[in-house]
Design a protein around this ligand. Structure first.
Ligand SMILES: [Zn+2]
Length: 487
């Protein structure tokens, strides 16, 4: 039994990990602030604003170019001043301010236009009508559906009140898996839960390679020349100059392409296509021999496979909390119902089995056969309701006591002194790792996870699968207490 239970525990996570995921999946954005600013500007003179928006839209391309020239000029100046005097702190701060300003000029109108457009054609508005037609068909479920419809309407209201139209977010799969110590499929499942939520927190998109590296054989001069012609490259340079690392004169350019496209209000696919096409755009080549071969001397590579979704960035803190609560309840309910099902199957099979093989070797036991079939049928008919039941119970508990009742039954037979000794030994041997209670419990149960893979940690027989007999959640709790004591 404990062998099978391990698989259930492999899918559960701590609330801290859920929080991290929510933070990564819903990065905060400036839409609300910009919207308020716009509204304030809107009040005195509406026409002026419209004119302003139009001119901004037209001036976008020239803005980009102007900005790029400003970048070059600034660097030329920067180099000159560095020759003259080594301390040029002032100029760099000025430079940063200036870039911020130009970038704002560039991106603001796009983002505002974009959010307006997006909020119009969002799919959120479709759901209530769908729910209505479904409702007509299934009158018998009217109460449940009325509830759902109300929820849907409420959610559409909430969503239409939302200022932010949603941003495309790419999370590099490898890094997020390591950060959360959770397998890729589990993270994808959590994102799907959020998509299927009545309020439709996010929209899961196709995975993409989110880092773009552009290499210029012609070196920095070619980069400069290309940037004046190709807006995505210019935008990438301005993005790089505003990030902390700064921008150096080099022949390669690396940037997060999803973030860039979102910031500029462009669609991702055409941007990627344009970037890829750079490789064969012979007009950009500085070298004649290369252009004769149909190449431009530019190498474009996409790397870092990422999970990709669209999510609003202006969630309030209480909304973020409710997302965390929802995910946590969901995970706990899954864990509990799966454990119950496992126990159910175990008990059922035990109930119809014989203690010795010869007791059932000669004749078919019709009675046990019927019983078993009945059990299997009820198992499959029941499996969804169990999770629902658990979810309802958890939601109720959360409303009432603001705390989730623990499912842990104190195991009196466990010698906690031995467990505590092993935990201390583990911490002593691997003092360079920052363990969590869950990580320790996983190691003692021999549960494979991205940060503590079985191939590495399974070799150390002193700890791996050492306390399989102790119930997982009480072991996790005990390990957390020990960790606090140890620090
Ligand atoms: Zn936003």
């Amino acid at each position: 039994m404990c062998e099978l239970r391990r698989h259930v525990y492999a899918n559960t996570v701590d609330r801290s990990a859920i929080k991290k995921l929510v933070k990564r999946a819903f990065p905060r954005c400036e839409c609300k602030k910009l919207h308020d600013q716009l509204r304030n500007a809107n009040r005195p003179n509406e026409n002026e604003l419209l004119d302003f928006e139009e001119t901004c839209g037209d001036a976008l391309d020239s803005n980009l170019e102007a900005e790029l020239q400003a970048v070059e000029l600034q660097y030329q100046k920067d180099v000159d001043s560095r020759v003259e005097e080594l301390t040029d702190d002032k100029s760099t701060t000025e430079e940063a301010e200036r870039f911020d300003l130009t970038l704002k000029l560039c991106t603001d109108p796009v983002e505002n236009n974009n959010s307006e457009v997006k909020s119009v054609d969002k799919p959120f508005n479709d759901s209530p009508t769908d729910a209505k037609t479904v409702c007509d068909d299934f009158k018998s479920y009217s109460i449940e559906h009325a509830d759902r419809e109300q929820q849907d309407q409420q959610s559409t209201q909430e969503n239409s009140r939302r200022v932010c139209g949603g941003h495309e977010v790419a999370m590099i799969t490898e890094s997020i898996v390591q950060e959360l110590d959770l397998r890729e499929e589990s993270i994808a499942t959590l994102l799907c839960y959020l998509e299927l939520h009545p309020r439709r927190w996010l929209e899961v998109l196709q995975p993409v390679k989110s880092t773009c590296t552009v290499k210029f054989y012609g070196g920095y001069p070619q980069l400069r020349a290309v940037a004046q012609k190709i807006p995505p490259i210019a935008a990438a340079i301005s993005l790089n100059t505003t990030t902390a690392a700064g921008f150096k004169k080099s022949s390669t350019l690396t940037f997060p392409v999803v973030e860039l496209a979102d910031k500029m209000g462009w669609d991702l696919a055409p941007v990627c296509r344009e970037l890829r096409a750079l490789q064969w755009n012979t007009s950009l080549s500085l070298d004649n021999s290369l252009s004769n071969m149909g190449q431009s001397g530019i190498l474009v590579e996409f790397s870092d496979l990422s999970m990709h979704h669209r999510a609003p960035g202006d969630l309030s803190d209480s909304e973020r909390d409710s997302v965390c609560d929802f995910l946590e309840d969901r995970i706990l309910a899954e864990e509990r119902s799966q454990l119950q099902q496992l126990q159910f199957v175990y008990d059922s099979l035990k109930g119809v089995s014989c203690s010795e093989f010869w007791q059932c070797a000669d004749a078919v036991d019709e009675e046990a056969d019927k019983q078993l079939k009945q059990l299997v049928r009820s198992y499959f008919e029941d499996c969804n309701d169990k999770t629902k039941e658990e979810l309802a119970a958890l939601a109720k508990a959360r409303k009432g006591a603001r705390g989730i009742p623990s499912s842990i039954t104190r195991d009196e037979n466990v010698n906690w002194d031995i467990v505590a000794r092993d935990i201390r030994a583990l911490l002593g041997v691997h003092h360079d790792h920052s363990f969590t209670g869950r990580a320790i419990a996983r190691i003692f149960h021999g549960i494979d996870s991205p940060c503590y893979p079985a191939e590495v940690w399974g070799r150390d027989r002193r700890f791996w699968r050492k306390h399989l007999d102790v119930e997982f959640n009480s072991l996790r709790k005990f390990a957390t207490q020990e960790l606090i004591r140890f620090r």
